[in-house]
Design a protein around this ligand. Structure first.
Ligand SMILES: Nc1ncnc2c1ncn2[C@@H]1O[C@H](COP(=O)(O)OP(=O)(O)O)[C@@H](O)[C@H]1O
Ligand SMILES: [Mg+2]
Length: 161
């Protein structure tokens, strides 16, 4: 599958996609989440992390910019690092914080507002585009590497139409 598009009628739909994505994840993946404030980037990440075994709250790391979670990816213990770069002042901040080291080929890195780290952020394996559509959301998954393509091939998601 080169491309995946769907409509998510409500928050439960977003949660179902997050869970499905969690089961399809592969170690070392970087995922960029695109979409306006309120599009559902954090909601999707929260469902993904819960399905991956995290117990407890998942908030957007608006002030800390990144939050690591110890979960399971492809059945094995792994770190998922959730970034929210909305409040990052400059790409240098990303480098100074040592965030590049999180992209180590083993961690899964999920990035909200990747454009804030333009030029310093490692390239993604998968793009996720979320847009408000009526009272729901349109979603598009676009792989940009062999790893991302493998992930999409593993994805099993049947939307509730
Ligand atoms: N498919 C959906 N349809 C309608 N509302 C949704 C859907 N998915 C998520 N939401 C709602 O939209 C908001 C998304 O907020 P959030 O995930 O914090 O957005 P972002 O991280 O993109 O700024 C939440 O209030 C959530 O309940
Ligand atoms: Mg968010």
């Amino acid at each position: 599958m080169q491309h995946f598009k769907s409509h998510l009628h409500d928050e439960a739909g977003t949660a179902a996609l997050g869970a499905a994505l969690s089961r399809a994840l592969l170690p070392g993946m970087a995922i960029y989440l695109h979409g306006d404030l309120g599009a559902g980037k954090t909601a999707l990440t929260r469902a993904l992390l819960h399905a991956a075994g995290h117990v407890g709250p998942v908030k957007s790391p608006t002030y800390t910019l990144s939050e690591p979670y110890r979960v399971k990816v492809d059945g094995k213990p792994a770190n998922v690092v959730h970034f929210d770069l909305y409040r990052m002042g400059s790409p240098e901040e990303f480098l100074d914080a040592g965030f590049r080291e999180d992209f180590n080929g083993e961690n899964v890195c999920i990035v909200e507002w990747p454009e804030k780290a333009d030029g310093v952020l490692p390239p993604p394996d998968l793009h996720v585009f979320l847009t408000v559509a009526g009272s729901g959301r349109d979603v598009e998954l676009q792989p940009s590497s062999a790893l991302g393509t493998s992930c999409l091939q593993r994805l099993q998601f049947a939307p509730n139409l």
